[in-house]
Ligand binder design. Structure first.
Ligand code: SF4
Length: 353
């Protein structure tokens, strides 16, 4: 059954921190707190619009839900819990900070039917967390994940590649730590420079260099491929496009693109094709016909956004005649037919760490 999320945004309200990258008002497009009645109205409004059978969840996003007082958390959860008991929805999820998780807090959330908690981890490098003024350390993350998993809830982790003081080594260490934590899923949100944040000041002063779109895509592809090896699903790469984020006055720098997730997936396919080419085509002055067999669901990823993969592959490897055939049996795999030999390439072959 398809999923349907009823999003309830809890803006900066509740959070006593001031992470360098955060301007929740700009990200969520609002700056007033929500209340119990508003939550009920949001749920009713969405339920009224759903016509097909769906797995429906209410999701409290933004801000730091469990940094609110227990009373306010309970007030906001009540309407969702009522809908859950009435079988109008199937689950409740929320996002929060790693240092705002205790046994008592999670017990209260469970009383109101919360089944999934997402933690804004961002990095597992204390130097990066400090430079980003996160106000928590890696050990807070390990403790929070342990509590959530011991209580039997689903645990998702959010990462922000590209924060101040991060480099490739730091990103790899973060990825290795995440693998040890074995969360149920991951979201990857490359760092963006949002107007009216401390990161924007650092960017203007020259003390912070934003990731380019290309590097952001490379980081996203690296993490996705690696987590794939360990069967940790990456359920999102890149922030969801909104009118607010599309304004150039809001996102000042960083790898923002409305099709960021597609670009990451396409890049992974390009790496798969390049893997074949580096092994087989590199020493050839010109190439014969190349046929790329793939699953029909992967055609846009093989082609790349605006056919970018095909253009780049042709120019890099001097491949003039490429034919795409949608007759592959497996998704996430290409079979390259070249000079009557078939080369099977899938994500698992790309690298191990
Ligand atoms: S903890 Fe979350 S809401 Fe609070 S400042 Fe940081 S990113 Fe923003």
């Amino acid at each position: 059954m398809k999923h349907f999320i009823i999003p309830v945004f809890i803006p900066h309200f509740g959070c006593i921190h001031s992470c360098v990258f955060c301007n929740q008002q700009k990200i969520t497009g609002r700056n007033t707190p929500v209340n119990s009645q508003e939550v009920a109205d949001i749920i009713d409004e969405h339920l009224g619009r759903i016509t097909e059978k769906r797995h429906i969840e209410v999701a409290f996003y933004g801000g730091s839900f469990t940094a609110l007082t227990i009373e306010i958390q309970s007030e906001l959860l009540k309407p969702a819990y009522i809908a859950l008991k009435a079988k109008k929805i199937h689950g409740i999820r929320l996002s929060t900070r790693p240092d705002c998780i205790t046994n008592e807090i999670v017990q209260n959330l469970m009383q109101y039917g919360v089944s999934t908690i997402e933690l804004g981890v961002q990095s597992l490098d204390n130097k990066v967390l400090e430079a980003s003024a996160r106000g928590h350390s890696c050990s807070d993350v390990f403790e929070a994940v342990t509590i959530i998993k011991n209580m039997g809830l689903f645990c998702g982790l959010q990462l922000m590649p590209g924060l101040p003081q991060e480099d490739w080594k730091s990103l790899i260490r973060t990825a290795q730590g995440i693998i040890k934590l074995a969360p149920d899923f991951i979201r990857i949100y490359p760092t963006l420079v949002i107007a009216h944040t401390r990161l924007a000041d650092m960017y203007h002063e020259g003390s912070y260099k934003a990731l380019s779109l290309t590097t952001g895509i490379t980081y996203g592809a690296f993490l996705k491929l690696l987590f794939d090896q360990y069967k940790i699903p990456v359920i999102r790469t890149g922030l969801q496009a909104t009118e607010e984020l599309d304004k150039s006055s809001v996102v000042l720098a960083g790898p923002y693109h409305p099709a960021f997730g597609e670009m990451v997936d396409s890049y992974i396919f390009y790496v798969m094709l390049a893997h074949f080419a580096e092994l087989v085509l590199l020493l050839k002055e010109s190439t014969d016909e190349i046929i790329i067999h793939h699953h029909p669901r992967d055609t846009s990823k093989v082609r790349g956004v605006s056919n970018s993969n095909m253009k780049k592959f042709k120019s890099t490897y001097n491949a003039k005649n490429i034919i795409l055939k949608q007759d592959g049996l497996h998704i996430n795999e290409v079979i390259v037919e070249y000079q009557d030999i078939y080369y099977v390439i899938n994500k698992k072959m790309l690298f191990y760490i």
